[in-house]
Design a protein around this ligand. Structure first.
Ligand code: CA
Ligand code: CA
Ligand code: CA
Length: 200
């Protein structure tokens, strides 16, 4: 899994006026802000792209003690929208602007985090987290929280946790979680089982 090569990347280190205009509309930034962010990006990534390896290294720095591989793969796949194996400036900006401005219809950091998790794990982009999408979500949370494999059994197995999450969050009983159900903060704040993992 880790040996996938970044083969189809055509790095671009320049921005065209068309791209700037498009980004201004999409990201609600001024052309100057975009040029500034772009020059910072190129300073850090001179080839104009964040490779899979660089991305994993970066997350490893954030979570040095944990197994981030699965989570990093999901996050990378979400960010690499054109699936060319690298994160270009536009793809990078889509994420950072979302995080900066709380464009996920939420106001605080916890919810931006949840919103991002939702987007990452809604792999078929249908606006719902289904059972098969909740399992990798639970496993990634466990990885990030550093829960040892030996403790992921019984009530802590991913199967049991998916059931638990659905029981708790699926308010309309359709066996899947809408973004609204998933982002309902009330459900998380006082949750002893998952609240602790999510918000520590
Ligand atoms: Ca890409
Ligand atoms: Ca889905
Ligand atoms: Ca539901």
């Amino acid at each position: 899994m880790g040996s996938r090569k970044s083969k189809h990347i055509i790095p671009s280190t320049t921005l065209t006026e068309d791209q700037i205009e498009k980004m201004c509309q999409q990201l609600h930034l001024s052309p100057d802000e975009i040029r500034q962010r772009h020059s910072e990006f190129i300073h850090q990534y001179p080839h104009g792209v964040i490779t899979r390896e660089q991305f994993f290294d970066c997350l490893n720095e954030v979570w040095p003690e944990t197994h981030i591989d699965k989570f990093a793969s999901h996050l990378f796949a979400t960010l690499d929208q054109d699936r060319n194996g690298g994160i270009d400036f536009m793809e990078y900006m889509l994420l950072t602007c979302k995080l900066d401005s709380g464009q996920m219809n939420v106001n605080d950091d916890e919810n931006v985090y949840l919103g991002l998790l939702f987007d990452i794990f809604d792999r078929n982009h249908n606006g719902y987290l289904e059972k098969r999408e909740l399992k990798p979500l639970v496993e990634s949370i466990y990885d990030l929280a550093g829960l040892p494999e030996g403790e992921r059994r019984g009530v802590n197995s991913s199967h049991a946790q998916v059931k638990y999450l659905l029981n708790k969050l699926d308010k309309n009983g359709d066996k899947r979680l809408s973004k609204q159900e998933f982002l309902n903060e009330e459900n998380w704040n006082h949750d002893e089982q998952f609240g602790v993992l999510f918000f520590n």
